[in-house]
Design a protein around this ligand. Structure first.
Ligand code: SF4
Ligand code: SF4
Length: 294
């Protein structure tokens, strides 16, 4: 993994601290956090500084996708979901297929403003085409916490579903607040190794804790992108499968195949044998194991 370019470079802890995710960025007025999606606003009278979302309602991508593409295989199969993304991410995966938006900030992302009501209107308009609601996906939705919360409330009131496709890397207090509003999640479990997570700016324990919280409250499926030489040790596969089974052996588990992209174009696609090996290990403990792109 190209750790020199993929690793996090935290802003200094001066300024106002954002506690939305484990980065705990200190943000100065005019600056942004590590995710490039949160900044600081200065109250004109009190001069109080508060952390604000810079990507609220600013969508970079909108598409009507089959629900299986999220991937969610056990949640309204055969339906469609209006899928939206914004810009920014709190991780730096060197294989990110959406790096043009996930690594972008307010000054270099092309966006269209869609407020939460307008998003729900749009979702309703697609109902005739099989749409069941909105999936917040493509870039990391948890860093758009306020928008997801506001939109999900309206979607719920209108009988529509809210789905998150997420890296699961947010502080649990925020996660718990969103959970009652969300109907299903696909959470990335990128590795079972803290060093791996540290290289991409994430935190394994935070993700594991949030998977447990989610499984207790809403439908959850998990995805692991398997990369030869990175997260392919048998021991890691065993420990990951054992963890998932300890939460519930019924959690659908998607093993996804790596293809060269972004900063990892010098690597080969994951070998089919590696994919099959993980499938076998996972199947010993889990009921639903799916291989992607084999
Ligand atoms: S959400 Fe963004 S600004 Fe807030 S702590 Fe995480 S990376 Fe930093
Ligand atoms: S967490 Fe997802 S969106 Fe963010 S960099 Fe990694 S792959 Fe891209």
């Amino acid at each position: 993994m190209d750790t020199k370019s993929a690793g996090p470079s935290h802003p200094k802890k001066a300024g106002v601290v954002c506690d939305l995710c484990p980065h705990q960025c200190g943000i100065e007025p005019g600056g942004t956090g590590f995710c490039r999606a949160r900044g600081v606003s200065l109250h004109p009278c009190t001069e109080e500084e508060t952390v604000v979302s810079l990507n609220y309602g600013k969508l970079t991508s909108i598409a009507l996708d089959p629900i299986e593409k999220k991937p969610l295989y056990h949640f309204y199969p055969g339906s469609k979901i209006l899928s939206v993304g914004s810009f920014g991410c709190n991780l730096r995966c060197p294989w990110c297929q959406n790096h043009d938006i996930s690594m972008a900030g307010a000054d270099d992302a092309e966006t269209r403003y869609v407020d939460p009501d307008a998003l729900a209107d749009l979702a309703e308009r697609y109902a005739a085409q099989g749409n069941i609601g909105v999936a917040f996906t493509y870039n990391e939705p948890l860093i758009s916490y306020e928008y997801v919360r506001d939109a999900a409330r309206i979607l719920k009131a209108r009988g529509l579903k809210s789905v998150l496709v997420t890296n699961g890397c947010a502080n649990p207090e925020y996660f718990k607040e969103l959970l009652p509003l969300i109907d299903a999640m696909n959470i990335d479990l990128k590795s079972f190794n803290n060093n791996f997570y540290a290289k991409i700016g994430g935190d394994l324990d935070t993700v594991l804790g949030n998977i447990r919280l989610t499984a207790a409250r809403c439908h959850v499926e998990l995805t692991c992108l398997l990369i030869d030489g990175e997260n392919d040790s048998e021991d890691e596969m065993e420990r990951m499968a054992a963890f998932i089974a300890s939460v519930s052996p019924e959690i659908p588990f998607h093993i996804s195949r790596f293809f060269p992209r972004h900063r990892m174009t010098d690597r080969e696609p994951t070998r089919v044998e590696t994919m099959r090996k993980f499938e076998k290990i996972a199947q010993r403990r889990l009921k639903y194991v799916y291989l992607g792109n084999v």
